[in-house]
Design a protein around this ligand. Structure first.
Ligand code: GTP
Ligand code: MG
Length: 361
């Protein structure tokens, strides 16, 4: 006998209600444990102490999923080193080389300095041990203040509607990893890119919207350019989330399952991949207006044709396409996966838990 409280509902409603419950249950067991978070914090402190032997005025801050509320068990640590006063005596390239040497001497980490990358970083990893069954992977970069700000923006979006936003994002991260469409190095999309697609959908596609547009809300007090600009980019957004929670209520009452089904349908069928740019700041933009067309003539000289298949505007670095790594094959595969997911969820399988398993199989 069916013990579900939704037993007497029509079957589609019941499926959707069960799916929401399954999504919560599924995501909860994939959250990092308290212990994992404590170990990561210890690692951050240890690394900060070591870095201060080179640059006494430095701080090591965490960004990316460990700091934005979208972390899964065993996700990588993204760390950013900030140097106070930042008359920065040493360049990132030199710092990366020095830090690489130091960590190699002083710690058990496997160390790989990449001083000449577009953004110089040191890559670290720790082998699995009894207290840390899956080891740790960690990247340390320098002065990446924009990444700290976009992390804070995503965190604020997560805090406005934690249940729906975090459940959707975390599920899509697991799903995209299981379906192998979450690796920019292989021509698909980064986690950061997927999170932006979710926020874009919740702010600009859903009507009524599930989330407000934090970058377009009126500020509470006058702001000056000095307050808001970083490296020439406007990084202002409404970040008083406590106040927002008392003043802003979404008219949209759809469940997580309804939103997820609609998300897949939208990106399978409706998003204009050929001409559109998803911008969480400004809604749907045109590739032509940003100069992001797939320029076939230029492609003979470099890879610009490949660069703009999937266009997602960074919230602050407006000239940066977060989907730039997605190749022709990559977009074909990703879109195929959106279609597959949409099909699985719309063919109304008997049980939500079966649908979810098939989705991530
Ligand atoms: P997992 O590592 O899969 O758990 O996801 P994550 O949330 O840490 O995302 P990801 O590793 O893709 O990115 C980490 C952080 O790096 C993001 O939160 C951003 O702050 C920054 N970042 C990643 N990719 C880009 C990019 O293309 N442009 C910019 N400006 N920042 C990026
Ligand atoms: Mg990360």
């Amino acid at each position: 006998p069916d013990a579900s409280p939704h037993r007497r509902m029509p079957s589609r409603h019941r499926f959707v209600a069960d799916l929401s419950q399954c999504l919560f249950d599924f995501v909860i067991q994939l959250l990092p444990t308290q212990e994992e978070m404590a170990v990561k914090e210890d690692v951050r402190k240890l690394l900060e102490r070591l870095i201060r032997t080179i640059e006494p005025d430095s701080r090591l801050l965490s960004f990316g999923s460990t700091a934005n509320g979208f972390s899964l068990r065993n996700s990588d640590m993204d760390l950013c080193c900030l140097i106070e006063g930042s008359d920065q005596a040493l360049s990132a390239t030199v710092l990366v080389t020095m830090l690489g040497d130091l960590l190699e001497r002083e710690t058990k980490f496997h160390v790989k300095p990449l001083p000449h990358a577009r953004i110089p970083i040191v890559k670290l990893s720790l082998d699995p041990s009894p207290g840390l069954p899956l080891g740790i992977a960690c990247d340390i970069g320098f002065e990446n203040r924009l990444a700290l700000e976009n992390t804070r923006l995503l965190m604020c979006y997560a805090m406005i509607d934690p249940t729906r936003v975090r459940t959707m994002v975390l599920f899509l991260k697991v799903w995209s990893k299981r379906r192998k469409i979450n690796s920019p190095y292989k021509g698909t999309l980064s986690s950061y890119g997927y999170v932006l697609l979710v926020i874009y959908f919740l702010v600009h596609v859903k009507n009524p919207p599930v989330l407000p547009n934090l970058q377009q809300m009126p500020p509470l007090r006058p702001i000056t350019k000095e307050d808001t600009h970083l490296a020439g980019y406007n990084t202002w957004f409404f970040d008083d989330i406590e106040l927002l929670r008392t003043r802003w209520h979404s008219e949209n009452n759809e469940s997580v399952a309804e939103l997820l089904i609609d998300f897949y349908r939208y990106y399978a069928r409706d998003f204009s991949y050929n001409t559109g740019v998803a911008s969480i700041r400004a809604g749907l933009l045109k590739k032509s207006a940003k100069g992001w067309q797939n320029d076939l003539s230029a492609s003979r000289y470099h890879d610009s044709r490949e660069r703009n298949r999937l266009c997602i505007e960074d919230p602050f670095e407006l000239d940066f396409n977060v989907g730039r790594c997605v190749t022709k094959d990559g977009i074909y595969t990703i879109r195929g996966e959106f279609m597959r997911a949409s099909r699985i969820l719309s063919t109304r399988p008997e049980r939500a838990v079966v649908a979810l398993a098939e989705l991530c199989a």
